[in-house]
Ligand binder design. Structure first.
Ligand SMILES: NC(=O)c1ccc[n+]([C@@H]2O[C@H](COP(=O)([O-])OP(=O)(O)OC[C@H]3O[C@@H](n4cnc5c(N)ncnc54)[C@H](O)[C@@H]3O)[C@@H](O)[C@H]2O)c1
Length: 249
């Protein structure tokens, strides 16, 4: 018996990284998958990988900053599979820059994708999660728990994700819907690749957020998301779990 047999998972950011790894993990444990992203090529590749593993998969373009697209995608998921048990809010963007260089438009954009997107998806999914007594797993970050230099926009957005997680946990817990989050750190994905740092950074400040262990792949986060979304996490609600190799221990 697989943990997600008969269950339906809706996963954002499924074209790459932690979203793709989560799709593969939940699919391998029996979930039917509705996968969304703006990166269509990567999304199709994820769908192929999950399908090859035996999962029932539907993949669709959805920009999570569009209210219409978000509601349309949730409706399409329920139309296709008849139910929704797990919403995994994983899509996100990273912006690192000196505080005085970040423009208000950049700041708003990071909040739109990372925070407003998770809010709209949770709102659209909630009626269906109330029916299935399902759960939400959000992707916060270590930057929500400790100051991340050059991450004023990103850290603020993730602090909001953590607060949203706790709010939904208490507002809907009595009705059987759980809401939890993971706080990844130093996970090897495209987001962490390349040179994302601005010029003239203070190396000593950066040491605050340097991993103390070896960097790991996105599957370690996917495993934690799967636990939180499954029956194994049935008494966990409003919790955040760091998956950062001990960086903030
Ligand atoms: N990699 C890490 O170390 C790390 C650490 C902390 C938190 N996170 C969080 O984990 C999540 C996944 O990140 P990742 O490392 O897998 O990065 P990634 O860049 O590989 O994946 C992010 C995905 O989100 C998608 N996306 C971006 N904007 C979107 C939009 N408007 N609508 C729909 N999809 C959109 C991208 O196309 C991409 O496929 C993010 O929320 C990120 O903030 C990652």
């Amino acid at each position: 018996m697989n943990r997600f047999d008969g269950k339906v998972a809706f996963i954002t950011g499924a074209a790459a990284g932690i979203g793709r790894a989560t799709a593969i993990r939940l699919g391998s444990e029996g979930a039917s998958l509705y996968l969304v992203d703006v990166a269509v090529e990567g999304l199709e590749e994820t769908a192929k990988l999950c399908g090859a593993g035996g999962a029932e998969v539907e993949a669709a373009f959805c920009d999570i900053t569009s209210e219409d697209e978000v509601h349309g995608a949730i409706q399409a998921c329920v139309g296709r599979f008849g139910r929704l048990d797990t919403l995994c809010n994983i899509a996100g963007i990273l912006l690192l820059d000196h505080f005085d260089k970040i423009t208000p438009d950049q700041f708003r954009r990071v909040l739109e994708v990372n925070l407003v997107g998770a809010f709209m998806l949770s709102q659209a999914a909630m009626p269906h999660l109330l029916k299935s007594k399902g759960s939400i797993v959000n992707t916060s970050s270590t930057s929500a728990l400790a100051g991340m230099p050059y991450g004023a926009a990103y850290g603020t957005s993730k602090g909001g994700v953590s607060a949203l997680t706790r709010t939904l946990a208490v507002e809907f817990g009595k009705q059987g819907v759980r809401c939890n989050a993971v706080n990844p750190g130093s996970i090897k994905t495209a987001m962490m690749g390349g040179d994302r740092l601005p010029k003239n950074v203070d190396g000593q400040l950066l040491m605050r957020v340097m991993s103390i262990g070896p960097p790991r792949g996105p599957e370690v986060v996917a495993a934690t998301i799967a636990m939180l979304a499954s029956e194994d996490g049935i008494h966990i609600n409003g919790e955040e779990i760091r998956v950062d190799g001990g960086t903030l221990a």
